[in-house]
Design a protein around this ligand. Sequence first.
Ligand SMILES: [Zn+2]
Length: 450
Amino acid sequence: MKLPQKYIAQCSTVLSLLIASSAFAQTALPAYDLLLQQGHVIDAKNHIDSVMDVAIKDGKIAKVAQHIPSSDALKTIDAKGLYVTPGLIDIHVHVYAGTGERNSYAGDNSVPPDGFTFRVGVTTVVDAGCSGWKNFEDFKRRIIDRSKTRVLAMLNIVGSGMRGDKYEQNMADMDGDATAQMALKYPGTVVGIKTAHFGGPEWTPVEQAVIAGTKANIPVMVDFGTDRPTRPLYDLLTVKLRPGDIYTHMYSGLRHEQDPTTLGPSKAFIEGRKRGIYFDAGTGGGSFKWSLAVPMVKAGFIPDSISTDLHIGSMNGATKDELNVASKMMAIGLSLQEVVAEMTSHPAHEIKRDDLGNLSEGSVADIAVLSVEKGHYGFTDMQNTRVDGTQKLVAELTIKDGKIVYDLNGMEAKLWNEPLDPNAKYASRWTTFAPRAPDTHNAPAKEMPH
Ligand SMILES: [Zn+2]
């Protein structure tokens, strides 16, 4: 059917009136979408460590102040007694799952990120070298582009990625230039270069990784593989790596991290830190011993960043998840403020993503609302020895891009028999969860079929 011209003109007038009136309705909305009131804000980058209100608008942090009235927001959540921090960043995980490849971190050894992140306040993860320049784009299509978690990546210096010895010991597949080219194609998503698991006596993987890191202006993260006298840790940290590069598995004890006499950090660690090398927890399945962590932390050698090295071999072992690793560090003397910094602004800075890991006005509204539970807790290591603790961090609420993605105890929800939230029709502005539909509340009960 062909519509008469006059009718179309009328329709477009009505349409523009509708648009104008909805624009009017928009301006009449409160200033903020979501308001977290009276939580204890820990924002290391902005030196905030006190009770504050945090307002969010259009997925961004709009305002952090001592008092922001509820009437200024569509939705207000009372965070009294809880800690409000930037969304946590775990810079060492393995999440290239789903390819079907057995015994491979580009396959079965990896985990799907969304199952392990929001529930512990993590909003950003960095895949540490599961893919190299040859398979990064497959990883991106498969995981990065489809996950709700913000997934960033360090490219393995091995072009084929972390797929077992056949690939990872092949020096012919370690091409710094090709790796840099792929990194430069995805700036901000590829945030580092990884070298790992190398068993040979050569420096080739480290040298090629540094070539790639230098060309792409991103850090190199080192899992130093097998301990070899031809490539001592001291040379790695004082000569081979650049300031700003990252040494992961810092408490593994596998490569002379610890001074055998003092039991504190080795000379290599002390000199490396002076040079500006970052030290990352990366506790994983076999990379964390209390016999190192306890004396080294006592000597003041704490992590620059707390990460998990999450994979199928660590998810149910001693590591478990990001907050468990942080709780472990608190059990041996770190403060809550220290562990929060090590999961937010510090790792963001290490990967040159200083836009993340803070609650500055205008920043992306990724937020973790945490509780510190008190009780008796046990924390284990790779040798199944234990440290007892009295505090445990729990994620109560996780917000990603301004919207609630995890809500452990239904903080944002109304009781089922309470009246509807008058702003429920705007709920998609602050949450990913569906509000109760208005017509179901007072609907007459239907007779159910038997
Ligand atoms: Zn790892």
